[in-house]
Design a protein around this ligand. Structure first.
Ligand SMILES: [Zn+2]
Length: 269
């Protein structure tokens, strides 16, 4: 069967980026079994040929009404699929969906009937909020970065911006490339409405949020941008933990040095 990616270099490039990031998540040890999710809004890359594609299988309900998503298209990782498989075969381990005009249901349109992630309602809610705000962000990533999760097992790190300031102070690049810091979402049941709502709220202020004792959820301009922000935070967490393993608490950059960064790089905080 012909893939929807054939003859569509811009769409293929976007899907290739998703596959590349899925490989990084696996290589980093952040994506055990079917852990993690990626959804990307690809509406801007959709042509008339894609718009005319029939639904594969039955139309499915999202479980919530999202008017901002009328006529939008997304690539979604498949439910139960593994990142390490998606890295090699993105269209066998994920699919492209069309949100229907009632804004309550969707159809899979390419390449195969791979059911989207069970976290689809929460991912789509985030995309709907981004569209409502006129945001240029197109991608959301959920993954399980080991060191960041380990740090979330300590209540003192869960207080607002405590971890942000520690991670920013480990290496200047973290503040420069994750300039809004790391939001904190207290533990909620995976897949619950409570977790989705808390995530939506935290993403008003941050690009990356920590789900206590679970993982991170990030939004970005594209999937690479979302990954990079998680990656720099994770790097800082590793430096902190390495210092602790050597028997000392790292000094971190001083307040002055952090302020100097804000000014020099014109950072928002
Ligand atoms: Zn998870």
């Amino acid at each position: 069967m012909k893939s929807v990616l054939e003859g569509r270099p811009a769409l293929k490039e976007e899907i290739d980026k998703i596959a590349e990031v899925a490989g990084y998540l696996w290589q980093n040890g952040w994506a055990e079994r079917n852990g993690g999710n990626i959804t990307v809004n690809i509406t801007d890359l959709v042509d008339d040929g894609i718009k005319a594609l029939p639904a594969i299988g039955e139309v499915k309900r999202i479980g919530t009404a999202l008017p901002a998503l009328k006529g939008t298209y997304f690539y979604c990782k498949g439910t139960g699929k593994r990142m390490r498989d998606l890295a090699r075969r993105p269209m066998d381990n994920g699919s492209i969906i069309r949100v229907l005009d009632n804004c309550e249901s969707y159809a899979i349109i390419a390449d195969k009937e791979v059911l989207p992630t069970s976290e689809l309602p929460s991912h789509l809610s985030v995309h709907a909020r981004l569209i409502e705000k006129g945001s240029p962000y197109k991608a959301t990533v959920h993954t399980h970065p080991i060191e960041l999760i380990a740090m979330s097992h300590n209540k003192k790190f869960m207080k607002k911006d405590v971890l942000t300031n520690i991670l920013w102070s480990m290496i200047p690049e973290t503040k420069a490339f994750c300039p809004l810091g790391l939001g904190m979402v207290p533990y909620e049941l995976p897949g619950s409405v409570e977790l989705a709502n808390a995530t939506l709220n935290a993403l008003e202020e941050y690009d990356v949020v920590m789900w206590e004792k679970h993982g991170v959820f990030a939004k970005g301009l594209d999937v690479m941008d979302a990954f990079d922000q998680i990656d720099v935070l994770s790097k800082s967490a590793k430096i902190y933990i390495d210092a602790k393993c050597m028997g000392f608490t790292p000094d971190g950059m001083s307040e002055e040095q952090m302020k100097e960064m804000t000014v020099a790089f014109n950072l928002p905080r």
